[in-house]
Design a protein around this ligand. Structure first.
Ligand code: HEC
Ligand code: HEC
Length: 277
């Protein structure tokens, strides 16, 4: 059911994204340029700034090691930005530009609200529990997501939204080949044991996030699906590349994705996450 939902989502996102690309052909506007530094003072803008901070520095605020035990909503120390690169402003790294304009969304004939979608990531990618709808944190995340999409077309997924579906590889994805690709392209940062690098000093969180093990996303996460991980890796890793100039071949990306996913991850949540209820 999840995979159907994901497939549908991916197909829909791709179709709409492409449509928008053509639609906006004549009006070259960079939808990925939102900048909180241009915001003035005020309570509303404070909420937007807090939302961005939650996405960039998630572990400090709501991570499993957050200072305030009552705020430990996530079950790991990842940041939203670990995947939603550049605070949700990186094309094809699941950005947030059209998110506010396209939620609530109909998935499998059920209404999926933005709250539910955020909590889908909280319970799987962040391996934690749902943020209460009325919490300041949920409000702030939504305020920021709304801000980055300000002025973008209603109901449209602009080009660069989601992940770019990756071509089927010539050979079936192979984790053993992937291990070699990992050693060559990834281990330098994510380390041989896949655990990345923690922030130094007293800061919680990572300079480089882990890719498997107890501290990683759980088996129910989008990133735990080979097709998603392969697309993400091909267009975004090694960190710093642009999707127009990938470093890994299509085959290498599928193989490395298979390798990462063949490693242990925390189990998926036992009950259907809010997204499917
Ligand atoms: C381990 C990687 C990972 C982490 C960490 C993560 N997400 Fe996600 N998120 C994804 C993937 C993958 C998708 C699906 C992208 C797609 O549908 O193409 C997604 C989708 C979303 C969407 C839907 C966007 C849209 O317009 O379709 C929202 C909103 C979201 N995440 C919010 C968050 C928030 C908030 C956090 C932090 C609390 C977070 N995510 C942490 C991987 C992650
Ligand atoms: C130059 C260092 C570097 C290299 C090399 C690199 N990464 Fe990353 N990777 C990062 C950083 C940094 C992030 C998180 C970005 C952020 O927090 O802003 C990340 C995030 C990720 C994520 C999403 C977050 C998570 O924890 O799941 C995945 C998946 C990933 N990398 C896989 C790979 C793979 C596979 C390779 C090899 C093809 C690779 N990376 C190479 C630095 C690197």
């Amino acid at each position: 059911m999840k995979s159907l939902l994901v497939t549908l989502g991916l197909a829909l996102a791709a179709a709409i994204g492409l449509g928008a690309g053509y639609l906006l052909w004549d009006t070259p506007k960079n939808w990925y340029a939102a900048n909180v530094n241009k915001l003035g003072p005020g309570a509303e803008n404070d909420l937007i700034r807090y939302g961005r901070d939650l996405i960039v520095d998630t572990a400090r605020h709501i991570g499993v090691n957050a200072e305030n035990p009552a705020m430990r909503y996530a079950g790991n120390d990842l940041a939203c930005q670990s995947c939603h690169l550049n605070a949700g402003l990186q094309p094809f790294a699941a950005p947030f530009v059209s998110t506010f304009a396209t939620f609530p969304m109909l998935v499998d004939n059920q209404v999926l609200t933005l709250h539910d979608r955020i909590n889908g990531c909280m319970t799987r990618s962040m391996n934690g529990k749902a943020l209460p709808d009325e919490s300041r944190e949920m409000e702030a995340l939504i305020a920021y997501i709304r801000f980055v999409g300000k002025g973008s077309p209603e109901g449209v997924r602009v080009a660069g939204m989601g992940l770019k579906p990756l071509r089927t590889p010539t050979e079936p994805p192979d984790a053993r080949r992937g291990a070699r690709g990992y050693a060559k392209f990834c281990a330098e940062c994510h380390k041989d044991d896949g655990q990345g690098e923690r922030k130094t000093g007293s800061g919680v969180g990572y300079n480089i996030p882990p890719l498997w093990g107890e501290a990683s996303f759980n088996a129910g996460a989008g990133m735990a699906k080979t097709a998603y991980a392969a697309a993400y890796i091909h267009d975004n890793m090694p960190y710093g590349i642009h999707y127009e100039e990938p470093v890994l071949s299509v085959q290498q990306a599928w193989d490395v994705a298979a390798y990462i996913i063949s490693k242990p991850h925390p189990p998926a949540p036992p009950i259907a996450a809010p997204e499917l209820q």
